[in-house]
Each structure stands twice: as C-alpha cells, then as structure tokens.
Write a protein that binds this ligand. Structure first.
Ligand SMILES: [Zn+2]
Length: 254
C-alpha cells in the first residue's frame, strides 16, 4: 500500500492574556486566511515572567473562544508555566519542567485548577500540551482521571496510544516538507523571529491543503501502540534533537 502524503498540524504554545499581543498578531491572521485548525496551547494561570509582556489583554479569552468556535482545539498548557519540577520526563528534552517529578496529588490539583480556569472562560480544553515537554506517568494518570485523553507530544510519524492516552506526535519547530506521516509544527509567537513568521506564511501558501485538524486525524485513524520499527524511528529522532540541543548549548556557552 502506498503511504499517504504528509499531513500537518500547527500548534501555538504559551498563549495567555499577558503574552506579546503584537507578536501573536503576526500569526493570527494567517490561521484565518488559510483556514487552519490549530492546537492553541493556553496557560491557565501564567506566572512565568517571560510570558508577562503586557498588562492582561481583556480581549484574549474572547479571541480564544472565537478561534475554538472556528475549529481550533484548545490545549491545556500546564498550569502556571513555571519550572520547579526536577523529575525525569517521559520525553527528556529539558532538565527542569513544571510537572515531571511532582507528586500525583499536586499534579491533580494543578490539572484540575487549570481545567477549571479554562472552563470558566468558556473554553473546552481537550488536549494536554506539557510545558517544556515535561510530564511523567503520574501526569498521564491524572489526565485520564480528569477526562483528558489526548496529548500533543512524542516522536513518531503517526498518532499512537501510550499510558492510556492518545498521543498526537509533535516533532517540528519550523515548517519542513515531508513525504508522508503526520507532523505537528510547534510555534511560540512570543519568541518567533520575523524570518520564521515568513517561513510559516510561505509554507501555508504552498501546503494549506495538507493541513488537517486533530478531530480529522482521529476520525481517519485508529491509533494503536507503536510498532517496534516506529518506536525505533522515534527514538532516533529524539536522540538527534537531544544532540543538536546539547551542541547549541555548548556553542552558547563557548
Ligand atoms: Zn510553554
């Protein structure tokens, strides 16, 4: 059977009322223009100083509601976007994260509070998006208990089931043309350079028809556990990313 052509998802991280609104507005019109159904990863109660760029924008929550109504999927992006956890994540890309290694009791409190805040603003969070890819088995258990069965993360070329949740893989931080598989491009509007914004626009201009939505992905595929070969493929991808990040850190230091 011929593999189906590549499909893409867009994910925007670090959305909150105090984010840099001007920088976000470089992307928001593209979502409308190209009819994209992105994952919007919203921080429920942001305390991260890096994401406190403006006074809370009164229009923020309404805009998120509008975008959800237009087809976006709301993601629960942690709780306060702090990095007090020192545990090892199921996806070890950062040493310090918000959730990995934190007790199940505290994780439950944070996830419940986060969901309540988003619900209180009229949003329907359906997918977990861990800040700094930090989460562990306790996070997965609490998410299941709280009715969140989807997670956006992981290295594979197709959605899969692990720890009782369906993982929608996220492997890219800039657009890259692929020949097959499902690829999520994660973007941070606060820090994206103008050159990256241009790349995204150009990619959308050429590939908008290949963008899908999480809902469509789930309607078209029945995720199962990863095959051994796909798992190995994912491990190789993770190792490549870890190595290139280590190299960048060394350069930054040196
Ligand atoms: Zn984040």
């Amino acid at each position: 059977m011929k593999p189906r052509p590549a499909q893409y998802l867009l994910r925007f991280d670090d959305l909150c009322p105090t984010m840099d609104r001007v920088r976000w507005q470089r992307f928001a019109p593209m979502i409308r223009e190209f009819g994209i159904c992105p994952i919007l990863a919203v921080v429920p109660d942001n305390l991260d100083p890096d994401l406190k760029v403006i006074e809370p924008d009164p229009a923020f929550w309404g805009q998120m509601r509008q975008m959800e109504a237009a087809g976006a999927m709301i993601g629960l992006h942690g709780y306060r976007h702090l990095s007090g956890g020192r545990g090892r994540s199921l996806l070890p890309l950062h040493r310090e994260t918000e959730f990995a290694g934190v007790s199940r009791k505290i994780q439950r409190e944070w996830i419940r509070s986060g969901l309540a805040i988003l619900h209180g603003h009229g949003l329907n969070p359906q997918v977990w998006v861990a800040p700094r890819h930090g989460f562990d088995r306790n996070t997965l258990a609490v998410l299941r208990e709280e009715g969140i069965g989807l997670l956006s993360d992981g290295f594979a070329r197709l959605p899969f089931v692990r720890g009782g949740l369906t993982w929608i893989p996220q492997q890219l931080w800039a657009p890259v043309e692929k020949s097959n598989g499902l690829w999520t491009i994660c973007l941070h509007s606060n820090t994206a350079t103008d050159s990256l914004v241009g790349q995204v626009e150009d990619f959308l201009r050429h590939h908008a028809a290949e963008f899908t939505s999480v809902e469509r992905v789930l309607a078209e595929t029945v995720p199962t556990r990863l095959s051994a070969s796909e798992w190995l493929y994912g491990m190789a991808m993770l190792l490549r990313i870890q190595t290139s990040r280590r190299r960048k850190r060394l350069f930054a230091r040196g």
